[in-house]
Design a protein around this ligand. Sequence first.
Ligand code: PEP
Ligand code: MN
Length: 339
Amino acid sequence: MVVVLKPNTPIEKRNALIAEIESMGVTVQVTEGTETSILGLIGDTTHINQFRISSNEIVANILRVQEPFKKANKMFKPEDTIIEVNGRKIGEGYFSVITGPCSVESEEQIESIAEEVKKNGATFLRGGAYKPRTSPYAFQGLGLEGLEYLKHAREKTGLPIVSEIMSPDMVERFVEDVDIIQVGARNMQNFVLLKELGKTRKPILLKRGLSATIEEWLMSAEYILNEGNEQIILCERGIRTFETYTRNTLDLSSVLAVKKLSHLPVIVDPSHGTGKAWMVEAMSKAAVVAGADGVIIEVHNNPARALCDGQQSITPSQFSQLMDKLKKLIEIEGKKLEG
Ligand code: PEP
Ligand code: MN
């Protein structure tokens, strides 16, 4: 339930109303708008006496929130969330391009890719140090060494870094080392991890689960928000369907749904979304037009030799061509390429 207050209500009257509502057994989240304030009720609202609240002179309107996600809900916070990372903004009005290899393979590899993509307009550098592989025999990532190489690449290029976390015991380390902590599709419902990340104030890139509904995905964001961390970027990376031609089915319509339902930024991953390098450019362009706030693209200096996800990785020169086209579309959409 959301209680919309009349403009310019005195603070004492507002506090009295909040206290009255909280005495009914729920907690209240206050969102300040430019004109009015909104009180979002969190908890079991079935026994709330709606008439008692609406008869208060400072109340303009009461809305029932059907969805189970509250803090991620646009009704609770109508203004879009914009996240700032090292001076770069992510969210409505801006477009972010996160690029780099699936995994960090060596210091030279990550540094050379970082230099190349920076020249061509990338705004963040990605690279996995811990890799969630289907096979325990496949390359698992360089671990801490990989994080060190990523940090060197950041020093050289100034690009903020994004890397995937796999377990709650690594939270402290990731908070210290990276600029955006990625939660991969396989961990979207690792609730212990989500709660730990919620206690930090680091931006979290929350990928959609392999077969998660939009509601489940937003409920995972709710776990992080509920612990107090409001810095969440959602990422559509394709879902498992009956189709096998592509690695996943990239659900671009989820961008529109998320934009309607939530105030959180949402970006698109055309690399994992398709699994095919030759589809990445077109799907990136489609993501801009669908209203996404950014893309995350795998780029590798030698895709044929990549230790992970080579078939979906594009080369730095293909990335450069892609960016030429993307920049025009970003401008048509009236957005600013951050970086
Ligand atoms: C990745 O970004 O390399 C990755 C493993 O992505 P996802 O979690 O979407 O599969
Ligand atoms: Mn990958």
